[in-house]
Design a protein around this ligand. Structure first.
Ligand code: HEM
Length: 510
């Protein structure tokens, strides 16, 4: 009897605690979805078949431009008020320099010692600042001009391989874009020497990382006990839904490439040969050091990287650069096939600029309408919305709301980018023209690459890569929608928003 009473009291205390945790937003005068007991809305938003962006969008319609929900025990604030977002991403960056850890289970994201491979995307504080300052030059115009030939070589191979669909049968063009972006980023970040389109087992492994489900024990534990994530990750590291498939193999490949490159560079230095700077690995290894110690955010940073830093960074470039860009290309291709009159305008622009067989970096820069198409595709289908988030690291305010340390904040990118208030009555339509001679808009009204000092470091590379790919495809083919083409795209994924397939026909232009 005594034991039963103890158990009842224990259960009531635990249940009472979780219930109290879920009153956090109400106590601050904010509305939002109630969710399930204990898990809050985590189960709902971790549906691998429906990106969280769509839940946020629906909740915004119901609760307005600012509301809160619970990811397990963690209170999450969702904002689509542009001024408040500007405050968070830009003006008060010192209070929000950390990104909300949505797609990873990690422990101490600030410490170099405990988790030596925490990369640019997940790192915080001084470590983030150091890695960012080392990575940024790799995405300058000068650097992009340098890698243009590699990128174009992969595009040309992709378009040549597409030729087998000239028979008129419909095919999933998204697969081609995935092969292409994987090829480019493997050549730029992983030390892959040549183009390996449709010959690279890494594509399937990486796709699994993006399609893994978050509905499993380690993820539930990590949202219920966020302070113990480091141990949860250690305990469940081999769990399919934590690692995301055969990721160990990819790390091994990356590790090997980095250590081989270090050896090569040391040998060059010994022989007095200048080391080349041909890819991201070289760019980082110019600052190679055995040991680096990050102290605190705001302190002097040392321009140094360890081998573990380089492995982490190259790997994250692979992840960040592969799926996002392939998805954006797939959405743009879909929209163009559905709007042949807009496709014709892109083709006229390409034909008026390109004279020879190749398309140079400068040619790409002149294609303003094509750029408008890509921006418009990213407006209607923001693929990396999950990353447009922050965690509060110093108590502050946003608008009139006090934000406590540890509160996570997400921008509702979908609601902003499809808002008729911002974009007008045709907000849900594909209108690239709105980008040509566009009137000035609020700086937060288009944020597919995030905003502020932590904005996507690969933005320029992504846009130039997407333009180069579409310019080559559209110079040679019309993209045609047929009966097999999806009426509505089925968009899925717990991290990026990925179309299940984009089924089109190609028709040779000449
Ligand atoms: C269309 C393609 C892409 C989209 C839509 C996209 C989107 C994003 C978004 C929304 C963020 C978060 C920004 C923020 O928090 O303010 C981000 C961060 C990041 N992206 Fe991209 N991205 C794309 C391509 C790339 C490419 C090609 C690379 C690298 C090769 C890359 C590397 C990164 C990295 C390293 C970060 C973390 C930056 C930091 O925390 O300092 N991305 N991206």
């Amino acid at each position: 009897m005594g034991l039963v009473i103890v158990l009842v009291i224990l259960f009531a205390t635990v249940a009472g605690y979780f219930k109290w945790v879920h009153t956090y937003w109400r106590r601050r005068g904010l509305d939002g979805p109630t969710g399930m007991p204990i898990l809050g809305s985590f189960y709902e938003i971790s549906d691998p078949n429906k990106p969280r962006a769509y839940f946020l969008h629906n909740w915004t319609k119901k609760f307005g431009k600012i509301f809160g929900y619970y990811e397990g025990t963690v209170p999450v604030l969702v904002i689509s008020d542009l001024d408040m977002l500007q405050e968070m991403f830009i003006k008060k960056f010192d209070c929000f320099y950390a990104r909300k850890p949505t797609n990873t289970i990690h422990g101490n994201l600030e410490s170099t010692q405990e988790e030596p491979r925490i990369h640019l995307f997940s790192s915080r504080g001084a470590r983030w600042k150091r890695l960012r300052s080392l990575a940024s030059p790799g995405f300058s115009v000068k650097a992009l001009k340098m890698v243009h030939d590699v990128m174009e070589d992969s595009v040309i191979n992709m378009v040549d391989l597409m030729a087998k669909h000239e028979d008129g049968n419909a095919f999933n063009i998204h697969e081609y874009f995935q092969e292409f972006t994987y090829d480019v980023i493997s050549r730029l970040a992983m030390g892959q020497p040549n183009s390996e389109l449709f010959n690279n087992e890494g594509v399937e492994i990486t796709k699994k990382i993006f399609s893994r489900s978050h509905r499993s024990v380690p993820w539930y534990l990590s949202v219920l006990f966020p302070n113990y994530q480091y141990y949860i990750k250690k305990l469940f590291w081999n769990h399919e839904n934590v690692k995301g498939g055969n990721v160990g193999k990819m790390f091994q490949f990356c590790e090997q490439s980095v250590y081989n490159r270090i050896k090569e560079r040391e040998e060059n230095a010994r022989l007095g040969i200048e080391n080349p700077e041909s890819d991201f690995m070289d760019m980082f290894l110019n600052y190679y050091s055995d040991q680096v110690e990050d102290v605190e955010f705001g302190s002097q940073i040392e321009k140094k990287v360890t081998a573990e830093d380089v492995i982490g960074s190259c790997f994250v470039f692979l992840l960040a650069g592969f799926d996002t860009t392939a998805n954006s290309l797939a959405y743009a291709a879909y929209l163009l096939a559905k709007n042949p009159e807009k496709m014709k305008l892109v083709q006229e622009e390409i034909d008026s600029i390109v004279t020879g067989g190749n398309i140079s970096y400068d040619d790409i820069g002149k294609m303003r309408y094509l750029e408008a198409v890509i921006k418009e595709a990213l407006r209607l289908y923001p693929v990396g919305w999950f990353a447009c988030s922050r965690e509060c690291v110093k108590q502050t305010t946003l608008g009139e709301h006090v934000i406590d340390v540890g509160v996570r904040v997400e921008a509702d990118v979908m609601s902003i980018q499809r808002s008729t208030e911002i974009w007008g009555p045709d907000a849900n339509e594909f209108v690239p023209e709105r980008w040509i001679n566009s009137s000035t808009r609020h700086v937060m009204s288009w944020i597919p690459f995030g905003a502020g000092p932590r904005e996507c470091v690969g933005k320029r590379l992504a846009i130039s890569e997407a333009k180069t790919a579409l310019a080559h495809v559209l110079r040679r083919y019309n993209l045609v929608s047929g009966i097999e083409t999806e009426k509505e795209l089925h968009i899925q994924g717990c991290t990026t928003a990925s179309p299940e397939a984009v089924t089109l026909h190609i028709e040779p232009r000449f």
